[in-house]
Design a protein around this ligand. Structure first.
Ligand SMILES: *Cc1c(COP(=O)(O)O)cnc(C)c1O
Length: 966
């Protein structure tokens, strides 16, 4: 190479992204290593990761590219997708994302980098947005309580099934499903019903009422309107299932409910659906926010998160997550749902779509698509076809006889995907993006295939909504849905909410186990490329070539990183990956004639989703204890393996452990399980401590899920979206999930789908793709080393102030550390919660509180935090320790101190009256850096108990309060 070319090579910035993603500079890494008395990052890895598992080759990963190159590569992939206008329906519709929402929510790190709103005081913005979503869902469905989102419509239907089973105390084990529910919904219901021993009975719509009387199912699932578009009066069917003691579950299209009598008014017990068409791109299947609304009687059985209005310490309204005792992290193996990460960002978008359009705007959109459908129905008739249903909302089902194929072809040639219903049927689902020109084209297509002369102008609308089912009740009457129709008003409303919250664009969020690392802008930009957004999940697969190429490459990279043979990207959260992986294990045992193996061993330190998933997969949970060092108690494990030998199905283990330690005995643990005929399921939430240093496949696991929204840079979105792919060893590869509507989605021998869409939340996969592509193998390994370095640096700096609860064999923590705060209660009465709330005054989001050990904080800094930010956090913690000491030593009052009164609001600190024995400055500006970019918590500490006693989950009380204040 010439000198000039060598110089040029040195100046090129391939791989330069790594230095942006990894927070500490070379010099800072050296400084931190020195503080730990270590020579190098390699030496750190040697001190931390047990020798027996160290070493992982990355030969399959390509050399890194820079940001511009990665964006260009993803643009090219997006352009490989063919953006044919899909009028397929089946729960996925074209929609215009209002630009003000696109830019200020979906493309805004203030919204997408936020964490799940467990620390309510610094999450009031997104909590309010979720209350809007819940209000929208209750209004549209006609039921009083709605949750803050579920993963997709099909899993929401399966969740409703589990709710109904619990509500009816399992008096029957038959679930009745009307034949006209979306096929993917039925398929997911079947997957979820099988391990629970439930019978799924499918009946034609006309026979539903009679079947209810004959079979007395525990629940009935209906689609409203039906999957081919038919609208019928479902009230008699609802009454019929209830007469037999079962629950009526209705899967509904939210836009149709603008014009149709809501199922809640017809007596339905549970209404579920997808809010995708409220301004969220189809994205080849997701992510989108599914919804669930229930009768008041069932609110304590409802899966997922529910935002409720409560009051703060000053008596003003404030929101927080309600009824947490329902959830898997509390109920564990008694939970009926494992859902954890949901779809917050998408629920925020859908709720904002309703805010933006308001009731009148939504009516206009709904009436327009309904009229388009009626005109198209008239055209179909005039072209000589018949309609399968005269009563419909936006979807026309055409009986095309032997011209069905010709109709599909002609439509495609004109730029549209229609839905092939069966041999002779074709469905056309209209949506808000269908223009007058599109309608003209569709009419011309019908004319051409039917050999008729047609013109839109001369058609009289045919069919449509039956008058008896027209909606009479008002909806979206709350002020928020009737105020922000001017863009300036909307822009400012979004900004006001955003500014109430702490997200990663403000300060580090050191959440143990949740890996709140950088979500780089270059990774996010491709997500909103139209070539990714506008693809229907059931479009012909040759139109999704870009997606398929991206998916296959990403699967290969993740297989290399985990050391496994095959990967499925279908599960749309970690919890769903757990479930999918356990089903693979179950299917493996069954295929070998070992179906009796149903015991799942789970260490007591496990995340709550683990036992919940095991029960959903038809397993019995046996808890294994932990020893004093936080490791799996080996004698207890061995005893339980021996006790259940012939019945052992699996061990679920998190590695490094949820205590933040690389257990030395992990290989022995895996071997013991294998010797007894069991399989090892690894919870890969802590993969950020493994990548490039070791791998689940190498350690001896058979299956592992990854949380792409933790280790692989998909932002948390305030509590979703996520992606929870599973990697499996070769013997489990035939038992991965698949999908009835796309053979490319998984092996033919698979057990069926766990998500509605073949590749789950496909449209956010470009984020993880971009991350791996820009890092390359060497930098991924360095990221892991620096994540471990950052955690050990924090542990070291805080050592003299807070005891670090668990350490590994050579005195190091893995990528996170647990700070023991239990000792402070005795001396000064300071609780871990007081520390968490006080951190808000310093501008920080608290670490994970009281999990996996009550009374502790689990800190995970990730590799992305620069040293200065780590130091600010440590300074804050040390200053707080000083405040605790002042209380302990009696220099500060036990009840009236900055810890107990935290957080402090601007209103409080600037009020005339200040009665506390510490200064206003100490309250609000306890350290110099705090003043430099002060974050003001918008409310004082939120009262959880009050909110649960007076459960309110909609906008009304907030508005009453705001009015009273005016
Ligand atoms: C986050 C997490 C889960 C659950 O993953 P979701 O994506 O939230 O469903 C499971 N186990 C552990 C250890 C986790 O940290």
């Amino acid at each position: 190479m010439s000198d000039a070319l060598s110089e040029l090579k040195a100046l090129e910035d391939h791989g330069a992204f790594a230095a942006r993603h990894i927070g500490p500079s070379e010099a800072e890494v050296a400084e931190m290593l020195e503080a730990l008395g270590l020579e190098s990052l390699e030496a750190l890895a040697e001190r931390t990761v047990p020798a027996a598992i160290r070493g992982q080759e990355f030969s399959a990963l390509p050399a890194p590219v820079n940001e511009a190159e990665a964006i260009a590569e993803l643009r090219a992939l997006a352009e490989l997708n063919n953006r044919v206008h899909s009028l397929i329906g089946m729960g996925y519709h074209g929609t215009h994302v209002p630009p003000v929402i696109l830019r200020n929510v979906l493309e805004n790190p203030g919204w997408y980098t936020a964490y799940t709103p467990y620390q309510a005081e610094i999450a009031q913005g997104r909590l309010e947005a979720l209350v809007n979503f819940q209000t929208m869902v209750t209004d549209l469905t006609g039921l009083p309580v709605a949750n803050a989102s579920l993963l997709d419509e099909a899993t929401a239907a399966a969740e409703a099934m589990a709710l109904a089973l619990a509500a009816t105390k399992a008096k029957s084990n038959t679930l009745l499903v009307a034949e006209d529910v979306h096929p993917q919904t039925l398929a997911v219901i079947r997957t979820r019903a099988e391990p629970l021993g439930l019978t799924v009975s499918v009946v034609a719509p006309a026979k539903v009422a009679a079947a209810c009387a004959a079979q007395k199912p525990f629940a009935l699932v209906l689609q409203y309107p039906g999957t081919t578009g038919a609208v019928r009066d479902i009230a008699p069917e609802i009454a019929a299932v209830q007469a037999g003691g079962g629950l009526a579950i209705v899967a509904a299209d939210p836009l149709s409910l603008v014009l149709l009598t809501p199922p809640g008014e017809m007596g339905a017990d549970v209404v579920i659906g997808s809010s995708q068409r409220f301004g969220v791109p189809m994205g080849y299947g997701g992510p989108h926010a599914a919804f669930m609304a229930v009768k008041d009687t069932y609110k304590r059985l409802m899966p997922g998160r529910l935002v409720g209005v409560s009051v703060d310490a000053a008596g003003r309204p404030a929101m927080r997550l309600a009824l947490q005792t329902r959830e898997q992290h509390i109920r564990r193996e008694k939970a009926t749902s494992n859902i954890c990460t949901a779809q917050v960002l998408l629920a925020v978008m859908a709720g904002m779509y309703a805010v933006w359009h308001g009731p009148e705007g939504l009516k206009r959109i709904a009436r327009r698509v309904a009229l388009q459908a009626r005109l198209l129905a008239a055209a179909a008739r005039a072209a000589g076809f018949t309609l399968r249903h005269d009563a419909f909302f936006d979807t026309v089902a055409i009986e095309a006889g032997d011209k069905a194929e010709a109709l599909m072809h002609a439509a495609l040639a004109a730029g549209f995907n229609l839905r092939r219903l069966d041999a002779s049927g074709v469905g056309i689902a209209l949506d808000e993006t269908v223009s007058r020109a599109d309608l003209d084209t569709l009419v011309a297509v019908l004319a051409e295939v039917g050999r008729a002369k047609l013109a839109l102008a001369s058609l009289a609308p045919a069919g449509g909504l039956p008058a008896a089912l027209e909606r009479k009740s008002a909806f979206l009457t709350a002020g928020v849905f009737n105020s922000h129709h001017a863009e300036h008003s909307m822009l400012r409303y979004l900004k006001v909410l955003e500014d109430k919250d702490v997200a990663l664009n403000r300060s580090m969020i050191p959440l143990g186990s949740c890996t709140m690392k950088l979500n780089a802008t270059a990774e996010m930009i491709p997500v909103t490329f139209p070539g990714f957004g506008e693809i229907h999940p059931f479009a012909p697969v040759d139109q999704a070539a870009g997606y398929l190429a991206l998916i296959r490459r990403l699967e290969g990279w993740l297989a290399a990183i985990t050391g496994f043979a095959a990967v499925s990207l279908q599960p749309n959260a970690g919890s769903q990956g757990e479930y999918a992986g356990l089903l693979a294990i179950r299917a493996f045992h069954q295929a070998r004639g070992q179906g009796q193996r149903d015991i799942c061993l789970i260490p007591s330190s496990a995340h709550g989703t683990n036992p919940a998933s095991a029960v959903m997969a038809g397993m019995r949970v046996v808890v294994v204890g932990c020893d004093r060092d936080g490791n799996v108690d080996l004698p207890d494990l061995e005893a339980k393996i021996a006790q259940h030998a012939g019945k052992l199905s699996a061990l679920m283990i998190t590695y490094p452990s949820t205590h933040g330690v690389f257990e030395e005995e992990i290989i022995r643990i895996c071997e013991a399980v294998h010797e007894a005929g069991g399989q090892v399921y690894m919870d890969g939430a802590n993969m950020n401590a493994q990548v490039g240093l070791t791998a689940p496949g190498r350690i001896g696991a058979d299956v592992c899920h990854l949380n792409l929204h933790k280790t692989f840079c998909i932002p948390h979105g305030g509590g979703g979206p996520g992606v929870g792919p599973i990697g499996v060893a070769s013997h489990l590869a035939p038992h991965l999930p698949n999908h009835p509507l796309l053979k490319e989605a998984g092996p033919a021998t698979g057990y069926g789908p766990v998500s509605a869409a073949p590749f789950g939340s496909a449209s956010i996969l470009p984020i993880s793709y971009a991350y791996i592509r820009m890092m390359g193998g060497a930098a991924l390994k360095r990221a892991t080393q620096v994540a471990i370095l950052n955690a050990n640096y924090i542990a070291k700096r805080l050592e003299g102030h807070f005891p670090v609860l668990y350490k590994g064999a050579r005195g190091m923590v893995a990528h996170e550390c647990i700070l023991d705060c239990r000792g402070f209660q005795q001396g000064g009465g300071v609780l871990v919660e007081d520390i968490a709330k006080r951190l808000q005054d310093y501008g920080f989001h608290a670490p994970t509180m009281s999990w996996p050990v009550a009374g502790t904080l689990m800190v995970e800094p990730t590799e992305s935090e620069p040293k200065a930010e780590l130091d600010r956090f440590c300074d804050a913690m040390i200053a707080i320790r000083g405040e605790i000491r002042a209380v302990e030593q009696g220099r500060m009052d036990k009840a009236d101190n900055p810890l107990k009164n935290a957080p402090h609001t601007a209103a409080e600190v600037t009020a005339e009256d200040w009665t506390h024995p510490y200064s206003r400055a100490d309250a609000a500006f306890p350290l110099p850096f705090v003043a430099a970019h002060k974050y003001w918590p918008p409310v004082k500490r939120v009262d959880n108990v009050y909110g649960d006693r007076n459960l309110v989950c909609t906008c009304a009380p907030l508005e009453d309060y705001a009015q009273a204040a005016e």
